[in-house]
Design a protein around this ligand. Structure first.
Ligand code: GLN
Length: 489
């Protein structure tokens, strides 16, 4: 197996056995990027020199007996909506072109402290609004399994980089599914932790009550390594969880015997591709054969979760994005008065999807419509939380497809926002409830496109979620890697 295909666990073993250096791992990832970036465009910025310097330091530390743990010396990538001191951070928006943050996001700081080597910043849909990476102001990313298709979104660059080996793992952010859906479409593991467990300090905000940072990786174990490095209480984030944290790594080998698994009735049927449904039910059968008690569970409010999300998320976005006024950051339009300057800055700086969300959100929050739209959506959010609570009285975890379809063709949903929004039908409920959920690759369809399986758990239920995810990974035995035809020929 070549270096760029190793999991973090495997790379770490070779590193500590003295067989490879962090610099070797980094060069393997950089070579991979040089070979594939022209086709995939996973990265917006690659910090070759900064990364080489960090890798050298990681090697020197290890030689001196200083070991920062599982991520020590491991090349990782960050979605470009997380601030990196001294490295451009745009959230894929024109309005932030040239913005170089003077500080690190908490997750950036924590990865550095864990000894990780930051390769660069990955592409996303502008301000993380989208499901395909096509809303980036800097060009689309493509799917390594079929470069005519999207890698999902909004963390599509992170997903493509991990799948092709130009990073060993990456961080994404998930507001309605933006880690899990691209993970599913590119055949990697992607996890959204419990709301509040990973600090949002230095994450460019989309919808603050939903946004959560989490890892994309090539194994469930690697996702646990990443999560355990980045989470924890942070006084710089007012919503940060201050209680005791679960220990997901501890339960990875415990299996599913005796576990109660609920299959969500509402997340199936019309709109779901047959290959996805077949693969998901085959996995459910395997879980049952492995000793889990499987039952079908109905959560009726899941049918209206998407509608509630598309009021709440734009409403919060319209408030969060008000700060981009041309005065403090990035792009500034021409204007003789403050008002025209701000209006031009925003008209020139925001792409069409972001503009649509700001308009939708402002409308939903406006006097006279507030109760009918935003207020109603908040009620639905509470009802979804109640539905989940009821379900978790009888099951330990809930399972479903991660995405109703495999990776779709580039351009296929760009003229139909509703079709694009439907990509997140399975992932949104966990965001509205603040619960953790993970996507694990379980196989390929007849066109060689990956299919993901979602495991959801109650708030702070990461340990049981990882336990089931690790079992799913073993039962699936998914070991295929994408081969870019252009590289193979
Ligand atoms: N696709 C969803 C949206 O466009 C989710 C995005 C996300 O999770 N950041 O809102």
């Amino acid at each position: 197996m070549t270096l760029h295909e190793l999991t973090i666990a495997e790379a770490g073993e070779r590193l500590r056995a003295g067989e490879v250096s962090s610099s070797d791992l980094l060069e393997a990832a950089l070579d991979r990027a040089s070979l594939t970036e022209a086709q995939l465009h996973a990265y917006l910025t690659i910090d070759r020199e900064g990364a080489r310097e960090t890798a050298r330091r990681a090697d020197a530390d290890l030689a001196d007996g200083i070991d920062h743990g599982p991520l020590h010396g491991v090349p990782v990538a960050l979605k470009d909506n997380m601030c990196t001191r001294g490295v451009e951070t745009t959230a894929s928006s024109q309005i932030l072109a040239g913005y170089i943050p003077p500080y690190d996001a908490t997750v950036t700081r924590k990865l550095k402290e864990a000894g990780a080597v930051i390769v660069g910043k990955t592409n996303l849909d502008e301000f993380a609004m989208g499901s395909s990476t096509e809303n980036s102001a800097y060009g689309t990313s493509y799917n390594p399994w079929d470069i005519g298709r999207v890698p999902g979104g909004s963390s599509g660059g992170s997903a493509a980089a991990v799948a092709i080996g130009s990073a060993f793992a990456a961080l994404g952010s998930d507001t309605g599914g933006s880690i899990r859906q691209p993970a599913s479409l590119t055949g990697v593991v992607g996890l959204k932790p419990t709301y509040g467990t990973v600090s949002r300090y230095g994450l460019i905000a989309f919808a603050s009550s939903l946004d959560q940072i989490g890892p994309l990786s090539r194994s469930v174990q690697d996702a646990a390594f990443m999560l355990e490095a980045i989470w924890g209480h942070d006084p710089l984030d007012a919503t940060s969880y201050a209680g005791e944290y679960p220990q997901p790594s501890a339960a990875l080998d415990d299996g599913v015997s005796g576990m109660k698994v609920g299959v969500v009735k509402e997340l199936a049927g019309e709109g779901y591709e047959p290959a996805v449904e077949t693969a998901v039910s085959a996995m459910v059968d395997k879980l049952s054969d492995a000793g889990a008690a499987v039952v079908e569970v109905s959560l009726p409010t899941f049918d209206i979760a998407l509608s509630a999300y598309y009021l709440i998320a734009p409403a919060e976005a319209s408030a969060n994005l008000a700060r981009f006024d041309g005065v403090r950051y990035g792009h500034r339009g021409e204007g003789a008065t403050t008002e025209t300057l701000m209006a031009r800055t925003r008209a020139e700086g925001f792409g069409p999807e972001v503009t649509r969300r700001v308009l939708l959100g402002t409308y939903a929050l406006s006097a006279g419509y507030y109760d009918a739209f935003y207020g109603q959506a908040q009620k639905v959010r509470s009802a979804i939380q109640e539905d989940f609570s009821r379900a978790y009285e009888s099951v330990d975890v809930l399972v479903s497809p991660t995405s109703p379809t495999v990776a779709f063709e580039a351009g296929a949903r760009m003229d139909d926002p509703l079709a694009m929004y439907l990509s997140d039908i399975c992932t949104i409920p966990s965001n509205l409830a603040g619960h953790p959920a993970i996507s694990i690759p379980i196989g390929l369809d007849e066109q060689n496109l990956p299919i993901g399986f979602q495991v959801m758990a109650p708030a702070l239920g990461e340990t049981v979620m990882f336990q089931v995810a690790a079992a799913v990974e073993t039962l699936a035995g998914f070991a295929e890697r994408p081969v870019l035809e252009e590289l193979a020929s």
